[in-house]
Structures are given as C-alpha cells and as structure tokens.
Design a protein around this ligand. Structure first.
Ligand code: ATP
Ligand code: MG
Length: 591
C-alpha cells in the first residue's frame, strides 16, 4: 500500500508545471475549461482527449473532473484570452488535506471551481492517490486507461458486500475479467468462499489447484434437496407440471418425508410430523411411489387412476435415466448427506481450495434451471442460518438466463433465489457477482442491487439504454465510450471504484484464459488430439439425442467419479443403470 502523499506536494507549482487551461464557466457539477495549449501534442499521455481526468487547483482543494467533450467552438471572448479550444468537464470529487497535511480523496463536491482556476491533466501521483485508496482493502485488477503506470484498484469490501455485475457483448473479455477479479479477491480475502456457476465449462483451469471442479460425474445432489417447485420441474422435464399430478405430489411428498424419519426410528405421526413439501429432509423414491400406488389402488374411477399411473411412470422414467444419476443414484445411501454436500459445495471448513467451479455443461439441459435454483437457495440458506460466519461470493455467468427480465421466461424459483441473495444476501455474508452479455434481458431489480458495474463493449442499443439510466448523472457521459471499448477494456462504476473510470483488465496468460474444455482439447495440434477430440464431440452429440447410456468408452472424468456402494434398505430401482450420466445438452424427454 502506498504512503499517503502530502497535500502540499500535490499543490506545489511545478508538479505538473504548465496549466493546460483555465475554468471559463461552471454550471452545476459541469465546468468548461479553456485550453491554452494547441491540441497537437503527440505524446498520448499529455494529450487532452475525452475520458481523461483533469485536476483543478481551486483554493485549498484539488477538484477532479473527467472530460466529456472537446471542441474548437470557443466563445469570441475566450479566443481573445488566448484559448485554443474548450473542454467540458464532469466534476466528480476532490482531494483535500487533513489536519496533518496528508492528502485525501473524497467523492462528490463540497467546493466548486471559480473562473480562472487552473486545470491540468491529473498527474500519476494524483491518480495514484485516487485509485490506490490507501486506507481501504483494495485489489488491483489492471491499470487505468489514462495512465498504464497507475493500477486499477477496487475496494474489495464494497465490491463484494454490495454485489457487482460484469456486462458486455460476446467475446469482449467478460469471463477473463471475472477470472482476474476472482483471483485478486481470493488473494486479499482468503477466508471468502467463492461459488462460480460455469455454464460452458470454461473456468476449470483458471484457478489451478485452488479450484474444486464439480460436474455431474462427481457431484451428488440428492433429489430430496430439491424443493417442491424444483422437483416438479425435474419430473416434468423443465415444464410446469400437469395440475392433477402436481396435487398428488404435494400430498405424498410430506408423507414420504415423515415416513423416512420414522424409518430412522424417530417416532412421529406421519400426518402431523410438520414436514412440508419444501422441508429439506431426505425421503425415499420407493416410499413416494408406494404412497402413490397405495392411493391408486383405492380408486374406482379409471381416468383418475390413469393420473396416478402416469405420475408413477414419470417418476420411474426420470429415476432410471442415467443422465439423472447425479440426483437419484444412491441418493439415500449414507442417510442425510446434507452436511457433506455443504462441505463439498461451499468448501467448508475453509481449505486451500476456496473456489468451487460448478460446471453445468454436462447436466441435462431441461433441469439446469432447477439445479441452479437448488444451489443458489442452498448458498443463501446456509448464510442465513449460519448468520454469515463463512462469507460466500456466488458468481453466476449467463445471469440473464437464470434471472430473466421477462417473468414469462426462465424458471421462477431460480430468479427468486438469485433475487433473494441480491436483496438480503449482504446481511448474511452471501454476495452476488453477475455476468451477462444481454443486460437488458436481466431482471432489472436484481441488476439494480449490483452497486459496482463493470461495463465492457456493448453494441446492443437496448442494453446501453438500460444501463445508461442505471449509472449516476456524473458518470452518464462516460457511457458514450461503451460502444468503442476494446477487448478487456472496461468502464467501472459505482461503490467499488473511487471514481467512474476506464480501466484495462490485467492480461491473463493463455493457459489461464477461460476456455471451453472441448476447445482446449482440440489444442494446437489437431493431428495428435483428433481421435480423443472427435470421440468427445461424438459423446456429447449422442448424449443430446438419447436418454440411454453412452455407447463410447467413459470419459476420463467419468472414470474418476467416486463409486458409492449401494446399501441394503434402499436398493436401486429395477432397470436403473449404475453409470454416471451421459454428457451434453438434452432435449425434453418426458412426454
Ligand atoms: N484479460 C485478458 N487477458 C488475456 N486475453 C484476454 C483478456 N480478456 C479477453 N481476452 C481475449 O479475448 C477472448 C475473449 O475473452 P472472453 O472469453 O473472456 O470473452 P467473453 O466476453 O466472456 O465472451 P463470451 O460472451 O463468449 O463468454 C479471450 O479468449 C482472449 O483471447
Ligand atoms: Mg464468457
């Protein structure tokens, strides 16, 4: 951390020497500077261009503003005073001395410039003072666009506690930026757990040994962890269920739960055990089916019997589908495994692997929403009931998919789970990081809870429009740069940064870049990798169009899947396959 500079040193004439111009008018928090020097300077660092920070020496303060417009249209009187051009400035903050004479930066304006005050491009020392924020915990995510020698510091507590979002069109460097941010955050906050939703399996190698990589082959997410809406979503292949069947489920799931508890020799009346369809306690599919079967047997009406029968078939189909092995296979072995699951998901107690990369690409596509909903709910509920003892950052890529603005799309419970973290997570040490390429399609209420925004290049007008209205007036002019940013450049706004600024993310070495596993496998030498590569493509392709097990040899990751022995009281259903799920996106299969 840098030593706090003395205010006198910053104000001393000669650092920097020549004023660039002088204030010729002020209106609210906007000021006009008459430029005294010709604009032909070749050195990029010394040129006055839009987006640069200027400091204005005004009485006992240095006022900080950003240029939003440069023009030759000077007033005649200004020309008479020798001004070559004018620059419009948005005033954003000031540097003032404290009682010991040390310089401090503060956002917002307490004093305003007067006519004739001198303006200069901000020096490295001044920029450093603003961005290094020596009194706070900061992370360095890159450098300032204006001066590559000045690090881009972000206040980590504000970034985390008040949530953040990374937005930008496809291929502009969002995922790489997220990798940089997370790497830096983990360095500064070793106690923080990070849970990263990785829909395209691209982050596994970004964090080296520090990441626990979970996928359907090594994650056991028992079906009984799913709440009522989620399990209905799974059983009905990602669609809302048939009303009569859903009603039957609502009746029998609580009974199956209390039946299980009784089975574990805790005596309670099954009807009054107090379990709801949402209580996160184990139950057995066999009990569920038996309860439905039992009710079916007492019915006379053929069409009502049919509904019960269809529901049983539906449950059996899903349960026996190898793609759903992560939910159903040995789901009751070991009894209540919630504690092990919490340990695995949220890296508890803190170990040398603080980050979980949750790879989603191998899960059946129709249940992805339900899986994300379960994970998100678990993250929040754990924070809530543990009163935030273990702070957790929940990062969600492709957030517009899970929390869409259009409430007719997506899966309501997933949006509600994310929204809950956005609104209340802070109190319980659960923080949110959202990443999206379609900002306008992301739920606006959730986005508005993200107090730090990293806006990368965005070409879509709707996205730009929405976000322009979200940033403060002072920063609105900076927004004009959004369409012209280059890859890995970002405009950072909000609580996490001292001032809205144009930054450049740190460059990642090629082996740390987020990259899909298939692309990584294809590698540079297609000749050598071609068989393995084509086999993996075929595996995914076939997996997408069949519900049976893969015809190819198991992939390496599947071979490594832990084998859990089935134990007597809970035998797998007849016909179920003892194989991990096939991979790849899947179509709806329950008709
Ligand atoms: N910080 C960085 N360091 C090194 N290379 C980068 C960086 N940011 C972006 N790139 C380059 O840009 C490419 C795209 O970056 P990235 O995958 O992060 O974009 P994205 O916005 O996440 O794309 P998508 O919308 O497709 O997910 C990378 O493969 C890399 O070549
Ligand atoms: Mg990406």
């Amino acid at each position: 951390m840098s030593v706090q500079p003395q205010f006198d040193q910053l104000m001393r004439p000669g650092t920097p020497t020549q004023p660039l111009g002088r204030i010729i008018s002020v209106r609210g928090s906007q000021a006009t500077v008459g430029i005294l020097q010709p604009l032909l300077e070749q050195d990029e660092k010394a040129r006055v261009t839009v987006g640069k920070f200027l400091s204005i020496r005004s009485g006992q303060s240095l006022l900080i503003g950003v240029t939003t417009e440069i023009s030759l249209q000077t007033m005649p009187i200004a020309r008479e005073h020798g001004y070559h051009a004018i620059a419009q400035l948005d005033l954003m903050g000031e540097i003032t001395p404290d009682e010991t004479g040390a310089a401090h930066f503060r956002r917002g304006m307490r004093t305003y410039p007067g006519i004739g005050d001198s303006a200069t491009l901000m020096s490295g020392a001044e920029l450093g003072l603003v961005y290094s924020a020596a009194n706070r915990t900061t992370i360095d995510i890159g450098h300032l666009h204006q001066d590559p020698a000045v690090g881009a510091y972000v206040q980590v507590d504000d970034l985390l506690c008040k949530h953040f979002a990374v937005l930008g069109s496809t291929g502009v460097g969002k995922s790489s930026g997220v990798a940089v941010i997370l790497q830096e955050v983990m360095k500064t906050r070793p106690e923080l757990r990070v849970f990263l939703i990785d829909p395209h399996n691209e982050y596994a190698h970004c964090f080296g040994e520090r990441a626990e990589v979970l996928n359907p082959a090594n994650l056991k997410l028992p079906f009984w962890m799913f709440n009522f809406d989620e399990i209905v979503n799974v059983l009905f292949g990602g669609r809302s269920g048939v009303e009569q069947e859903v009603e039957i489920l609502a009746e029998v799931i609580p009974l199956a739960k209390s039946g299980y508890v009784q089975h574990r020799s805790i005596k309670r009346d099954p009807k009054n055990a107090g379990f709801t369809a949402d209580t996160p306690v184990p139950y057995r599919i066999a009990d569920l089916v038996a309860l439905i079967d039992d009710r079916m047997g007492k019915l006379e009406n053929r069409s009502t019997r049919m509904q019960y029968h269809k529901l049983i078939t539906r449950i059996e189909t899903v349960r026996n589908d190898p793609r759903y092995a992560f939910m159903f296979e040995n789901a009751n072995v070991g009894g209540d495994t919630t504690i092990e699951l919490l340990r695995q998901l949220f890296r508890l107690p803190p170990t040398d692997k603080p980050i979980t990369v949750m790879q989603l690409a191998g899960f059946p596509a129709e249940v992805l929403d339900a899986v994300v909903s379960v994970l998100c709910r678990m993250a929040f509920d754990f924070g809530l009931w543990s009163e935030g003892v273990f702070p957790l950052l929940f990062v969600c890529e492709e957030a517009h998919r899970y929390a869409p603005a259009d409430h007719g799309l997506g899966f309501g419970p997933t949006r509600r789970a994310i929204s809950r973290i956005a609104k209340e997570g802070r109190k319980y040490g659960v923080f949110l990081g959202l990443v999206t390429q379609r900002a306008a399609e992301l739920d606006a209420t959730i986005l508005s809870q993200c107090s730090t925004l990293f806006a990368m290049r965005m070409v879509n007008d709707r996205d730009q429009e929405l976000l322009r209205s979200a940033v403060s007036d002072a920063a609105a002019n900076l927004w004009e740069f959004v369409p012209s940013l280059s890859t890995s450049e970002v405009l950072a706004f909000g609580e996490g940064v001292a001032l809205p600024a144009r930054l450049v993310f740190k460059q990642l070495p090629p082996d740390m870049l987020p990259k899909s596993e298939t692309r990584a496998l294809a590698g540079d030498s297609l000749g050598e990798a071609s068989h393995e590569f084509l086999a993996s493509v075929l595996e995914r392709w076939r997996g997408a169009t069949m519900s049976g097990r893969s015809l190819l040899e198991p992939a390496a990751s599947e071979a490594k899947a832990p084998v859990v022995e089935p134990s007597p009281p809970l035998q797998p259903a007849p016909g179920s396959l003892q194989r991990p799920a096939a991979r790849g996106p899947q179509p709806n299969f329950v008709k």
